[in-house]
Design a binder for this molecule. Structure first.
Ligand code: AMP
Ligand code: FES
Ligand code: ZN
Ligand code: ZN
Length: 327
């Protein structure tokens, strides 16, 4: 990760990681401190959390969500975990094991929901039954169950492990299309409103690579494999493009996203208030089946449940082999 003779910027001890965007190397202790400070800065700047909050962290078994759970506990927050079993073959079975092991080793509470067990379908079957790309069926299912679990459990905030790379890639896609409505909503905090819990992303100032390093230094085992249904996902291409720019010009990725939040998001928010954007203008009412907020008669989640639970189970391989992997 770093040349042998490199020294920590803070203590001059042997460095374990170089962070070109900070133009510095860090030892393990001072790298962890830097991560804690970046999370505290994000939390303070956007009023994400207080220690009085009851926090629910959505954990996938991957590095980012386990790292954010670990960081929040380390910083003194009360945080339980939520794992959603998506039924994506061996990938889901293995990722569940990592989430369970993390929780049990630390005596933390992990809530588990199984799509197949509780709603009679899984993501590959939903993709086939609804003729949606897998990520769309997956995203709708996760968002609905995150909201429901947070509200049912009396949690005041739902946390996800989205990091700087994730948010910069989404911003890149929204900007390439000049999708003003999505740009106006791309904030690291969504306040609670009728039927939705408050949702926050404390890792927006930290990269994927930094979160992998956090896990290694802290001894956290996580699932390294990518979701087998991710092939063709545009965000992977956006991340690769941003990484190529970052290599040439360290700090570009953070400047792109964090300066958007600082300089552009307030402009878009003001335009929305003045009525020049349609963002959020559609009226919501209760889904006639589950009561969740929706713009239609039944919500997108109930629509998936109705179609997919009646469908015979479809394995991951079949969905990917039939070219439903495009986004
Ligand atoms: P992704 O959409 O897969 O990039 O994941 C973004 C965030 O959603 C992760 O950092 C987690 O916080 C959460 N997440 C993803 N998959 C799951 C899952 N199966 N169960 C619970 N949370 C998840
Ligand atoms: Fe797993 Fe989209 S369904 S990455
Ligand atoms: Zn040091
Ligand atoms: Zn519904």
């Amino acid at each position: 990760m770093v040349a042998a003779a490199s020294k920590c910027r803070v203590c001059r001890g042997p460095a374990i990681i170089d962070l070109p965007r900070h133009n510095a190397h860090f030892c393990a202790e001072h790298f962890l401190d830097l991560c804690r400070r970046q999370v505290m800065k994000a939390i303070d700047k956007f009023d994400m959390l207080t220690t009085a909050d009851r926090v629910l962290v959505a954990v996938s078994g991957g590095k980012d969500s386990l790292a954010v759970w670990d960081l929040l506990i380390d910083l003194g927050y009360q945080a339980d975990g939520l794992y959603v079993g998506l039924g994506i073959g061996d990938y889901s079975d293995t990722s569940a094991d990592y989430a369970r092991r993390f929780a049990s080793e630390r005596g933390l509470k992990l809530i588990e929901i199984s799509l197949r067990g509780e709603y009679g379908y899984d993501v590959p079957t939903a993709a086939r039954a609804t003729k949606r790309v897998p990520c769309s069926a997956c995203g709708i299912s996760k968002r609905h169950l995150f909201d429901k679990a947070a509200l049912d459990g009396g949690y005041t905030v739902l946390v996800t492990g989205h990091n700087l790379d994730d948010e910069a890639a989404v911003l890149f896609g929204n900007t390439l299309r000049w999708d003003v409505e999505y740009l106006a909503r791309q904030l690291p905090v969504l306040p609670a409103r009728n039927g939705f819990p408050k949702k926050v992303k404390p890792l927006i100032r930290l990269t994927e690579r930094e979160m992998a390093a956090w896990c290694i230094v802290r001894g956290i085992d996580y699932i390294v494999d990518e979701c087998p249904m991710a092939a063709g996902n545009k965000h992977l291409a956006y991340k690769a493009a941003l990484n190529a720019i970052e290599t040439e010009s360290p700090g570009s990725k953070a400047a792109f996203y964090l300066n958007f939040l600082e300089n552009m998001a307030p402009v878009l928010a003001a335009a929305t208030v003045a009525g020049t954007s349609a963002s959020g203008s559609e009226a919501l009412h209760a889904c006639s089946s589950c009561g969740a907020p929706t713009t239609g008669d039944i919500c997108a989640f109930c629509n998936i449940v109705n179609k997919a639970s009646a469908h015979e189970p479809v394995p991951v391989e079949l969905v990917m082999a039939n070219g439903r992997s495009k986004r």
